[in-house]
Ligand binder design. Sequence first.
Ligand code: PLP
Length: 417
Amino acid sequence: MQLSDFGKQMSSDAGILTLMDDLGKALAGDKPLAMFGGGNPAQIPAVTNVMKHELELIMADDARLAAMLGNYDTPQGNDHFIDAIVKLVNREYNLGVTRDNVAVTPGSQNGFYMLFNMLAGQTNGAKRKIMLPIVPEYIGYRDQMIEPDSFVSVRPRIDKIGQHEFKYRIDFDAMQIDESVAAIALSRPTNPSGNVVTDDELSKLAELARQHDIPLIIDGAYGLPFPGVIIKSAGQHFDNHTILSLSLSKVGLPSSRVGIFIGPPALMKALSSISAILNLASPGIGQYLVTQLIDSGEIMTLARNEIQPFYADRQQQAWEIFNQKLPGDLPWRLHSYEGTYFFWLWCEGAQKTSKQLYDYLKEHSVIVVPGESFFPGQNIEEWDHARQCIRINFSRPDEELEAGAIILAEAVRWMYN
Ligand code: PLP
């Protein structure tokens, strides 16, 4: 039996499949020595306790329980949840949005699939693309386009900092926007690099989006307002060309599958219509669970007091351990850590590729994510840098960071032999 072109494309060797496969196997089978792959949020007991309490309150209320389990919500999302989101973002950032600016999707991953494809692809006889103004960028975007080759991306400027650190910056001189660009999209903080595009860079992108009358999509899965895992000062941007996406996943509820999009009403209406066709409605359980937390603003307190300090602590430990263990005489560099749950390691001038490094580490029971799939819109054969990086999830216990770093240090030495 045959698969359609769409079927083949979606079931071929997608980077996200390897990632989820490694993650699933590691959780189900033999525990690796160090699980630095995957994007699972850490399980933070204080967060789990708050969610447990919210669940108990719902279970004690028959009407809420019945509604949570037994109702399809509207395709736009649950009414109370949407009201709570509107209240929160207006209170935190004075965005001046209304219910019409919001669409809830079954996870933001699914939301991006709908959003990207509703904007890019064949449009009045011409092909339009999603522009990623800086790569590397989130692996999960790469295989989402129904029409192949629908990303265009811009290589960053690379600032080297000291012996073992670097930072990406948007290269505005290399950015060319014309009629073929349907939208500009970026994650902030960026998965995988841990970069936070500066307020100034973001304002310039917003200006370009406004000039060309296209949306600027800011994926805030790790960012503002929650969980706000950003360690430098960073402002929020929103105007009538912005689409901001949020997720309950990185707050600790990845299985709830709730993505939240805030943007121009006409686009949010289109997104909800597509969601009705694909999904009927978004899962209600997560929306019910956190509505009170969002409405009261308690989610911000939880993020500030528990989630952000947790990742700040893990990051500091991991940064110290990796810098201690990795061979000081070789030219590896970690991207400056500014946010997310990841480090991004670059082995400049290495003899071997990051895919080979990934295989070596996997054989030695350390799971990471090879960098090649994080460069949508680029021909990675023509750019060494795109074959010299790996992503490391640092939010692991100390012993695991130590054990993994020792193997990683050997592997990095092997990279240069
Ligand atoms: N955006 C970024 C940057 C992510 O890292 C992820 C998940 O890892 C997503 C979006 C998708 O998250 P979800 O579908 O769980 O909301």
